[in-house]
Design a protein around this ligand. Structure first.
Ligand SMILES: C[S@@+](CC[C@H](N)C(=O)[O-])C[C@H]1O[C@@H](n2cnc3c(N)ncnc32)[C@H](O)[C@@H]1O
Length: 294
């Protein structure tokens, strides 16, 4: 029993070390410059210092290929984390971005925004996604990267968030996702790593869903028209590559997911990308902030 446990620990440790050793192959400047020319302009150190999971700039650049932005648009970046994505939208597309997040304070993000030279175009605020302080129809566009899954699975939420969008405005999302629905997660996702944690945390990971799940979730509300809905091509590789870069960068904030993603090879885990357009005059009748039906 003790021997088995020791061998298991050695095997997990080796698996993680092997994945980490590969990081030398994953210089982001070389690997993803072609696919993500905009993101490649940003300093790797800055991205590593401010990341909160998969590479937010790559995912945002992918999303930007599907969202139609015009100069001066008012954009809500919901769940912006450390506001890297908000800075990216403002710099790359000349839009004004309200950088809204719960876990990261406005002070923290404001410092980053000023350092990035975006104090006239990015406005940080700390808010709960279900209690937004904006006027109806205020935003031209709403975007969210690696965040919407935390609150957007609520059947009533689409009606709430699109209230702040003008008629015909786009809501663009990228989220970690299941590539297929399962009742029991595969063993490699729940296996504990040397760090003692597993990739699959059942208190959190069930908010991930398949593309079909999200399409149905949005379509049946009647509030929006789906413009784009797809799995990001090689999404799992992008996530794995970023994990390898993080390992090489010495970041220690979260346990590495590289080995698990490598083993999964996109069978179960990837990213969905959805862009939906608000139908004219559509309006959710449930206001989360007041918890009343209007
Ligand atoms: C995994 S982090 C991603 C941050 C950022 N989008 C990025 O990709 O770097 C998820 C973010 O969602 C935000 N979030 C989660 N639940 C939220 C809620 N109920 N209201 C507002 N923000 C929320 C958190 O504050 C956190 O910054």
């Amino acid at each position: 029993m003790v021997y088995d446990r020791m061998m298991w620990l050695v095997r997990s440790f080796r698996r993680e070390m092997n994945a980490m050793k590969q990081h030398e192959k994953f210089d982001h400047k070389v690997l993803h410059t072609h696919r993500f020319p905009r993101s490649s302009k940003y300093e790797l150190e800055w991205m590593l210092a401010n990341e909160m999971g998969p590479n937010a700039l790559w995912l945002t650049e992918e999303l930007s290929k599907y969202v139609a932005l015009e100069d001066g648009f008012r954009v809500l970046d919901m769940g912006c984390g450390r506001a890297m994505t908000s800075i990216f939208w403002a710099k790359e597309f000349d839009v004004n971005v309200f950088a809204a997040d719960l876990w990261i304070s406005a002070d923290d993000n404001w410092q980053r925004v000023e350092e990035a030279g975006c104090s006239r175009s990015v406005f940080p605020l700390r808010v709960e996604a279900r209690n937004l302080p904006f006027a109806t129809g205020f935003f031209d566009t709403i975007v969210s990267v690696d965040s919407y899954q935390y609150y957007g699975t609520d059947d009533l939420y689409l009606g709430y968030i699109t209230r702040f969008l003008k008629d015909g405005g786009q809501l663009g999302l990228v989220m970690p996702a299941m590539m297929r629905e399962f009742e029991t997660p595969p063993e490699h996702l729940t296996r504990k790593r040397a760090s003692g944690t597993a990739f699959w945390d059942p208190t959190e990971c069930w908010c991930m869903h398949t593309l079909e799940w999200w399409q149905r979730h949005f379509e049946r509300s009647g509030l929006v028209e789906i413009e784009s809905a797809e799995y990001i091509e090689d999404g799992w590789k992008l996530w794995r590559d970023w994990e390898l870069i993080r390992n090489g960068g010495g970041f220690t904030g979260f346990p590495s997911e590289a080995a698990v993603l490598e083993e999964d090879a996109g069978e179960n885990i990837g990213f969905v990308l959805l862009v939906v357009k608000k139908r004219p005059h559509s309006r959710g009748r449930f206001d989360h902030s007041l918890t009343i039906r209007l």
